[in-house]
Ligand binder design. Structure first.
Ligand code: 5RP
Length: 234
């Protein structure tokens, strides 16, 4: 079962609008993936045109890349730069400590690379994404030939991994990197930050796992939109 929620469309727009004010001429901008980022991409395109800005964008998925191309945003690849000025990304869940759960769109590997390359990682979400503690299944990107090994190791850690199926039910979801996604629930996932950290570390140790969707201590700020307004948590 995927963790993806539809959320609140107006809240998404308000969060995207709030984040756009950070964009300055000459910036290299990381663009996340998802419907909230899609709102940001459209606004960014308008901003570039109206203010005649020189912006270069790194895209975290083919979905975002296609949208950026359609909106005439200049794109560079990851390896054309060593750092980014700002990365703007969505999230599936944001906890009280601004830890994130990501990967509902299966783009969390490239999103995490982007998050680690950027000077400022700015998250945009609608208010439905806020939670006290992260206790939804964790998306885990896995090398296809390691699926059974990873499933076994995750079960030994107390997890219940489920292979993510394509919406048309014609096979597993394949990420932009050619891998599978396992959505793995863990009973008794504690709110305590160290436990999340420990779990993240243990998951990462398993051979065949490329990346998981826990983003701990990576977000610098979160723009949270609802029907009336947007507020920022840092
Ligand atoms: C993709 C992600 C997205 O940021 C997350 O799924 C949020 O998407 P949306 O803005 O559509 O709710 O992590 O891997």
């Amino acid at each position: 079962m995927s963790i993806k929620k539809n959320g609140d469309e107006l809240g998404k727009k308000k969060a995207a609008k709030s984040a756009i004010s950070q964009i300055e001429d000459g910036m290299k901008v990381g663009l996340g993936t998802g419907s909230t980022v899609a709102e940001f991409v459209k606004l960014l395109s308008k901003e570039i045109k109206s203010r005649n800005l020189d912006i270069r964008a790194v895209c975290t998925s083919y979905q975002t890349k296609n949208l950026a191309i359609d909106n005439e945003i200049p794109i560079i690849s990851y390896n054309e730069t060593k750092s980014l000025d700002i990365g703007v990304d969505g999230a599936d869940l944001v906890d009280e400590n601004l830890n994130l759960l990501k990967g509902g769109g299966a783009a969390h590997l490239r999103e995490k690379i982007m998050a680690k390359m950027t000077k400022k990682y700015s998250i945009i979400v609608d208010e439905t994404k806020l939670c006290e503690k992260i206790n939804e299944p964790i998306p885990i990107e896995v090398i296809p030939s390691a699926k059974n090994l990873v499933e076994k190791n995750l079960e030994e850690l107390g997890g219940k991994p489920i292979l993510r199926e394509a919406e048309k039910k014609d096979g597993p979801v394949i990420t932009d990197n050619g891998n599978f996604v396992l959505d793995c629930s863990f009973e008794n996932l504690e709110k305590d930050k160290r436990d999340l950290e420990q779990l993240a570390k243990k998951i990462k140790e398993t051979t065949g796992i490329v990346e998981h969707g826990l983003f701990i201590d990576l977000a610098d700020e979160v723009h949270i939109g609802n029907k009336e307004k947007c507020y920022i948590k840092k």
